[in-house]
Design a protein around this ligand. Sequence first.
Ligand SMILES: O=C(O)[C@H]1O[C@H](OP(=O)(O)OP(=O)(O)OC[C@H]2O[C@@H](n3ccc(=O)[nH]c3=O)[C@H](O)[C@@H]2O)[C@H](O)[C@@H](O)[C@@H]1O
Length: 431
Amino acid sequence: MPSLEDELFPSTPGKFKIERSNTMNRQFHRCFTSTSTMFLWALFLVALTASYLSFQSFVDSGSRYFSASWGGIQWEKHVRSSAQIHRSGGMSVLVTGAAGFVGTHVSLALKKRGDGVVGLDNFNNYYDPSLKKARKALLNNHGIFVIEGDINDAKLLAKLFDAVAFTHVMHLAAQAGVRYAMQNPHSYVHSNIAGLVTLLEACKSANPQPSIVWASSSSVYGLNENVPFSEADRTDQPASLYAATKKAGEEIAHTYNHIYGLSITGLRFFTVYGPWGRPDMAYFSFTRNILQGKPITVYRGKNHVDLARDFTYIDDIVKGCLGSLDTSGKSTGSGGKKRGPAPYRIFNLGNTSPVTVPKLVNILERHLKVKAKKNVIEMPGNGDVPFTHANISSAQKEFGYRPTTDLQTGLKKFVRWYLSYYGYNRGKRVN
Ligand SMILES: O=C(O)[C@H]1O[C@H](OP(=O)(O)OP(=O)(O)OC[C@H]2O[C@@H](n3ccc(=O)[nH]c3=O)[C@H](O)[C@@H]2O)[C@H](O)[C@@H](O)[C@@H]1O
């Protein structure tokens, strides 16, 4: 039987194989034995290092688990204190997408009037996450705790509803943007469909069930040509996957209302703009490019018709959100079972006065005191619609919604914020 040495060092044709004297044999054997011992030691050390490294990685993953961004006594304390109501008849609201544009403004408005607010946001990098972090810091300064987590995380949601009996959920977390849907379609399904269902599941099982107000979109009107758009108009011709996921969201919401007695209000926002806004939107990216001397691309419709939007200022949208929360009515279910019918509502939140994109550029040029380098091209077939225009009579009737800021005034406020946030006022540019 071959020895271990033989197996480790199989004979090979070479110097040591030719005729050897006894002495040479002994020396060779000594030398061979010590070499193989060293090799065994080396092997032992390698094995030791490997097991140490794998132990380290086990410890690391363990500590990652224990230091997860949510959970623990301190964390629950923060959640409960942030959810605390400070006015009589107030509400405690879970705001998803709290570090987003609309989420930040709504959270601040709720907190300011004495409602409890807990924020949830996944801080994804669809656009510059540092802007989301800055919004989070702003919310923290106002006593609002924002949890870094995803609406698809059912355990996190269950934990939140365990910790706090939220009266309302303001669901604003979403994958936004009309044209980006062609680049990353799955992100829309992940947030706007799967995420919505996970959230509604958590709400339906919560005891008490919260009332839900959530962000749909004016884009559900798609290729509809009746203007202004009314809630009763057809919404079965979406022009983008984004619009299709929002429309699907409305149907899913209806199902949860019907089966589980959840009170649900969907808000169709019309191109919301303002301070702390979204860098992917035209008014924001135009401002950035104009200030940096870069060209902007202005889309134009068929037959040289200008595109138009019912641009709606953020403060008006916030009023609409709060009005919806205040009039939402209660969910009726408990223990995951419906106990009676609950409200199901949909409202347009627009400005009711569409403005063309060239006019938007004009206003920006005046506020920025810089001429834009315009590159006008025909609207590509990328999900865009030629115009939007809201009929807001339902929201007006239900909770007195009345927008008061025109585009000229709203953009002035946006530009003032932009210049200050990006350091133009201090004589330096940080973007
Ligand atoms: O109201 C809505 O439902 C939607 O409003 C916006 O979508 P959109 O109206 O397309 O807003 P922008 O992306 O800011 O575009 C505004 C206008 O500028 C035009 N545009 C956009 C980008 C560009 O480079 N050039 C350009 O001319 C667009 O065609 C559009 O007519 C938001 O991005 C959506 O998330 C939201 O749901």
